[in-house]
Design a protein around this ligand. Sequence first.
Ligand code: SF4
Ligand code: SF4
Length: 388
Amino acid sequence: MLACVPCASYEAAELTPAVERLLEPWGGFAALVRPGMTVFLKPNMLSAKSPAAAATTHPAVVEVVAAACRARGARVVIGDSPPLTMKRVEDFWEATGYRAAADRAGAELVALEREPAREITVTGPRGPLALRITDWYWRADLVINLCKLKTHNLTVLTGAVKNHFGLVPGLQKAQLHLRLPRATEFGALLADLAAAVPMGLHVMDGIVGMDGNGPAGGRPVPTGVLLAARDPVTVDLGASAVAGIEPADQPILRQCRARGWGPASLDEVVRHGDDPRRWRFAGFQVPAVPLLYRVPEPLFNVLRRFIWARPALVPARCIRCGACARVCAARAAELGRDGVRFRYGRCISCFCCLEVCPVEAIAMRSSPLIQVALYLRAWKRKLQGRSV
Ligand code: SF4
Ligand code: SF4
């Protein structure tokens, strides 16, 4: 079951009934939430940026869901684990509007880095991996994934499956990028993690999504929908249709498919509300990653000099805060006297530095071969009447 409800605004007058309609297939909040329950809301709080940047789940969505759960007598706890390179988590709460939203809804915000965590073992692409998961995942009676429709320079789209990664508090996330540098392996880890810690409901904020240089520095785009499902793969399939990106071009969804998890396409899904394919956003800009990802590994290793995408500094914007150097587990970004320097021999193209840069001073640069392929792909998609 996939629910897709059009919604063009974060104003309560439009958003509140849209969220209620979205949850109708599961009996609404009345069926999902009972008095005395603890509900843990897991938004995407990637950056300490204003909601207008579309880098985070909009606080209005968080507030509507939190208030509805509170109205049914639940304790509501909101938490995520953003990359804390320079700022405190409290700064994220202020900038994203989550502090005000939580106060209005009567919910609590928790700093997952300061809370207990439990270790679990997930099936990793190179063998079992021990991961620490926030204790709130187990302490809650219901966990609701409040994810965002956005592009991602490593995983193409970031949505419901990837939002589970924020259940892992602290710097372990950056270390995992280093251990599993290729998008295929990282996608496998995210699929295994989401399967190991399932959430009760997945709601995607696609009212204003992000395309281009996501997940932190892309362009806000009015994609105009809310999506919901009981399983995250179904929600991400809906988001793929809105973005006009084939699931086969996304490492996470390919890995989910390889595990037999989720529907293969929207044709296998029972729909409530609109068909997300009707809401395909013309002009949605897709990162270059799918082109890299489609190259088989042995060929990729041979052609490495000619097919690459990597971070590049925009010197005029850099404020020399050092966040990129702090987050880089590969020690490929260095802040010296003359500013930031990237050591491409070490870089694993994880793009964590792009995610944390507060002023969008890091761009993604790709090789001439990739640029030619991008140009050809844009023409092909135009001829097919799809987004670029
Ligand atoms: S420089 Fe940026 S993209 Fe390269 S490894 Fe470091 S964080 Fe990842
Ligand atoms: S590139 Fe961005 S994150 Fe790195 S030092 Fe400059 S402003 Fe800070």
